[in-house]
Design a protein around this ligand. Sequence first.
Ligand code: NAD
Ligand code: UDP
Length: 312
Amino acid sequence: MKRILISGGAGFIGSHLCERLLNEGNDIICLDNYFTGNKNNILHLIGHPHFELVRHDVTTPYYAEVDEIFNLACPASPIHYQYNGIKTIKTSVMGAINMLGLAKRTRAKILQASTSEVYGDPSIHPQTEDYWGNVNPIGIRSCYDEGKRCAESLFMNYHHQNDVRIKIIRIFNTYGPKMHPHDGRVVSNFIVQALNNEDITIYGDGSQTRSFQYVDDLVEGMIRMMNAPDEFIGPVNIGNPGEFTILQLAEMVIRLTGSSSKLIYMPLPQDDPIQRQPDISLAKEKLDWMPEVRLEEGLTKTIAYFKELLKA
Ligand code: NAD
Ligand code: UDP
């Protein structure tokens, strides 16, 4: 039995990871300050003898004996990470330092949940891991993008200077049950709007693209990366290469919900990337991983979740 620390464990992705690793017979410490996470996400795990829930902010050090650390603590949706940009940077940077310090002391393996945002508004398409990105360092997304880029640098430096066993994954847009209904991300926004027969808010003309990954595929990729040989540290893209315009997504959500919602157009936020699609050749080669859930199938499951949530 491994003792595994998951920072940000009460969040959308973290709660799925907690559940999966607990079911596989591990001892889980779920660390969260509940900024964007929610106890409801892990309510069904509370009381399990091998699940420990700790209210803690990763900007301060944490001590425990652990074998593995998944570092997910960080608000991930634009409205939440822009709410207090300074805190977002502190969470990414000081959180990484504190978790890496813990990994160094305990000789634990540590995985960083990095992001496709390190590529910014990319001029290379699809994005490969050797692309350095096109990030505006002073724009409204920079607290998140630069925080995550700095965290990657910290991981590399702890690895080279202190032999810390690191893993870096770059996660592309992920969706699924347990997303926060009001965090402003496109999938949750569109589904909630469609189920309420409200207008669907398209930012810009809707021609910008994203590649959407179902959460179960991501969790599988995260675990494969953690279990890969120590020599493979990444960074590695984990995402679904199926690329859709935002307009296509809106039309699919309307069709799958049978909604009478209409599309309305609103201004495109500053520095909103025009296109995004992962090249996952490295993940296929090194982890024998590729996503299995098609967008329509994943959306159907996510819509069912939100239907129940909105009823409650
Ligand atoms: P989320 O907001 O649901 O989860 C983040 C969790 O971290 C929340 O539970 C929140 O309360 C917690 N947290 C925030 N600041 C903290 C702090 N200072 N101390 C302790 N806990 C703190 O978001 P998510 O979508 O589950 O994202 C999880 C991770 O994956 C994040 O690091 C995010 O950057 C990364 N990621 C997500 C996506 C995606 O599409 N969802 C894409 C790329 C990267
Ligand atoms: N978006 C939109 N309507 C919404 C929410 C988002 O058109 O109600 C767009 C947003 O401008 C972006 C894309 O959908 O182009 C994805 O946005 P999200 O915030 O989910 O993720 P990110 O921009 O971080 O990839």
